[in-house]
Design a binder for this molecule. Structure first.
Ligand code: ADP
Ligand code: MG
Length: 482
């Protein structure tokens, strides 16, 4: 039997406001436990929440970024449940009137085609605190610093069909919220958390299978692994004649193990009701217009511009526009190099290899965009060959110079383009390899092209890579054939 996977995602995105959604307490990450939770966040008697205007603005920006309708009248509701990290006894959230209505996020698939993933809605809510288990024996610690941090919860339609699509979507969403500047994108700090709803159905069947929900995945890698594991489990159960129970599951990224947390029957009745302490938030047209005018260039538009203005292919444009910092670096390097294709190759090749090896963010690269641009200029004007350029790059990476010119000068790497000098060197190589010269001249025309490589290699070796390869090739051919 052929199975088809169906996936819908719910994503919690922490908004990058300075203070909480209903209080003035700081949202900064990493503070001493319980130093950033005020009376409002704890829901102490007599408090009154006040909506953070910046959280509203950021949620609207998200809606504008995914072509969604913005709900003009926003109501906050109380979702009632008990949990130690929720001292208020309810989470303030939105239910009937989420701030962001239906929209879409477009992803690029491996074959280069585009797929649109529909967003059902996105609503504003507050984050809960955290239970800490590690440092406590037989007890749990509660850190309420996170309580009241503004979130948008984004809910997709079940449009995703593979774990690869899920990851492509997640990365695109990351790119959108960081481009908008509404989230710091720090997944390891929990700034973006993914809940994955997964079901399988026989290929060709219209009706959706029963789904499970795996909560709180905070890396692309864990998400991909969790989906794989759950799809396999469901297929196993069904092929053994069993049934899938609708349940919430947990996936442990460190051990790669998954287990059931609770089934749907045990699910709470949250008794939602409109929060009597908060007035509906009415969004007027002037606010919308102002935010629209402030919108940055979104990743899709940037990609289209990279293709149109720089002549990049789809693949390169996708990668270079996917992340704000990378796009910025690329454009700054093109401004100096005046060669988009070479800049693209170097950013995606040598630079990203070095950044990955050292786990350095592109914004902190020791080789700045200006340095790389300068290096590419020297390749283009034949001061250095592509091969020597890698040596210059490495020197710049290691802080051995302030610019490509500086390194070329210090290390004496300037390419030899003097015809006389190259001829002398070639003559020496030919004399030293008389037998190969004879073989070459005896060989038929169509074999010679390949054989010339031997002499080019010897010449480059003799010049320590500094001879201009084009000139070496040309003069060699003249001398050997003529
Ligand atoms: P609930 O009301 O229980 O939260 P929703 O209908 O809001 O459920 O769906 C939650 C998420 O689960 C959405 O992202 C949706 O796309 C996804 N989803 C719903 N049904 C399925 C299914 N059968 N298989 C996979 N995903 C599903
Ligand atoms: Mg839900």
């Amino acid at each position: 039997m052929q199975w088809e996977t169906v996936i819908g995602l719910e994503i919690h995105v922490q908004l990058a406001t300075k203070t909480k959604i209903f209080s003035g307490a700081s949202t900064a990450f990493g503070a001493e436990p319980n130093t950033q939770a005020c009376a409002v966040d704890l829901g102490l008697p007599g408090i009154l929440p006040v909506v953070n205007e910046e959280a509203i603005n950021m949620a609207i920006k998200f809606g504008l970024g995914i072509d969604a309708e913005i709900n003009k009248i926003n109501v906050f509701e109380r979702k009632n449940y008990f949990y130690p990290d929720l001292p208020k006894g309810y989470q303030t959230t939105q239910l009937e009137k989420p701030i962001v209505g239906a929209g879409h996020v477009d992803i690029t698939l491996a074959d280069g085609s585009t797929k649109s993933i529909r967003i059902h809605h996105a609503h504003l809510e507050e984050d809960a605190g955290k239970s800490l288990h590690e440092d406590f024996h037989g007890m749990s610690g509660i850190d309420l610093n996170r309580a009241g941090t503004p979130l948008i919860e984004i809910v997709t339609e079940p449009d995703i069909r593979t774990s690869e699509e899920a990851v492509a979507f997640a990365k695109k969403l990351h790119s959108i919220v960081t481009t908008l500047g509404i989230c710091d994108g720090e997944m390891s700090q929990g700034s973006m958390r993914f809940d994955v709803n997964v079901s399988v159905r026989p290929k060709g069947q219209e009706e959706l299978g029963t789904r499970t929900e795996t909560k709180n995945l905070n890396s692309f890698k864990f998400m991909e692994a969790a989906i794989h594991k759950e799809v396999e489990r469901q297929i196993d159960v069904l092929e053994d004649g069993g049934k899938i129970t609708q349940e919430t599951r947990l996936y442990n990224g460190d051990t790669g193990e998954a287990r059931s947390m609770r089934s749907k029957e045990e699910a709470n009745d949250y008794r939602y009701f409109p929060c009597p302490d908060l007035l509906p938030v009415v969004i007027d047209d002037s606010r919308l217009e102002k935010l629209k005018a402030d919108m940055p260039e979104m990743p899709d538009a940037k990609k289209a511009r990279f293709i149109a203005d720089f002549g990049l292919n789809d693949y390169d444009a996708e990668i270079l526009s996917g992340d704000q910092a990378t796009a910025h670096y690329f454009e700054a390097s093109v401004a100096v190099s005046q060669d988009a294709k070479l800049s693209a190759n170097w950013v995606m090749g040598e630079l990203s290899k070095s950044l990955n090896q050292s786990s350095i963010a592109i914004s902190a690269s020791p080789v700045t965009a200006e340095m790389l641009g300068g290096l590419i200029q020297r390749i283009k004007d034949n001061t250095i060959s592509g091969k020597i350029a890698k040596e210059v790059f490495e020197a710049l990476w290691n802080g051995e110079g302030t610019s490509a010119d500086d390194v070329i000068e210090k290390k004496g790497l300037k390419q030899v383009t003097d015809t006389g000098a190259i001829e002398t060197m070639i003559d020496e190589v030919l004399t030293a390899n008389a037998q190969q010269v004879e073989n070459y001249r005896a060989a038929p025309e169509d074999k010679r092209g390949k054989m010339i490589g031997f002499f080019v290699g010897k010449c480059m070796q003799a010049s320590k890579g500094k001879a201009n390869p084009g000139m070496v090739n040309q003069i060699l051919k003249q001398k050997l054939d003529g």
